[in-house]
Design a protein. Structure first.
Length: 199
């Protein structure tokens, strides 16, 4: 019998399978991933060295095409907005992935380039160099928090009887299951804040 035209395993296929398990179960083990793919654990290790490397591959597979598509956008604010919006779109689809990503330092040159592009865009908006890291952390924290918020309801309706403003705000949010409108509004506020803070 000849070899299949498409290899049974590749880093990309492993990353996609791991993401499926995370979406369903909130985490994955290498053993569970091997079982999901119908291969031996040793076969996985021919393509990836560790769970950490698989998590890095998940991030890389999703973010690098975005980097390539937006690298030449000339307007720094528009570029920053598109990068942040796409990051949220990714994470809001699988918020269970966020704790795994947070636990992994960013090591790949491609992902360092991705964050360098964000830092460059912030700087080109006029943010002083000494404040760029804080601005980057603010934006990333906002995306992570907004996506994690999809996993639970922060307030019980019964507890908001004496909080009419909060109830009204939550009523608006609840009509948007992915909370995209709320995210877009918050992002616009953050970007306006960055622009207003520039000297």
């Amino acid at each position: 019998m000849g070899r299949p035209r498409t290899p049974l395993l590749s880093p990309e296929r492993i990353a996609h399978a791991a993401l499926e398990i995370v979406r369903e179960q909130g985490d994955f083990t290498v053993a569970a991933l091997a079982a999901h793919l119908g291969v031996r654990v040793s076969s996985l290790y021919n393509h990836v060295r560790s769970k950490s490397e698989i998590i890095q591959a998940i991030r890389r597979e999703r973010m690098i095409p975005v980097l390539e598509g937006l690298r030449d956008e000339p307007d720094p604010r528009r570029l920053l907005e598109l990068l942040i919006r796409d990051y949220y779109e990714f994470l809001s689809g699988v918020p269970q992935l966020i704790p795994l990503l947070i636990a992994e330092p960013i090591r790949q040159p491609e992902m360092i380039a991705y964050y360098d592009l964000i830092a460059r865009s912030i700087a080109r908006m006029g943010v002083p160099e000494e404040e760029v890291a804080a601005a980057l952390g603010l934006l990333e924290g906002y995306v992570l928090g907004a996506a994690m918020d999809l996993l639970s309801e922060p307030f019980d309706r019964q507890d908001m009887d004496e909080a009419p403003h909060l109830r009204a705000a939550m009523d608006h949010r609840d009509g948007d299951p992915r909370r995209l409108r709320a995210f877009e509004t918050g992002l616009a506020i953050a970007l306006r804040g960055l622009a207003a803070a520039t000297p």
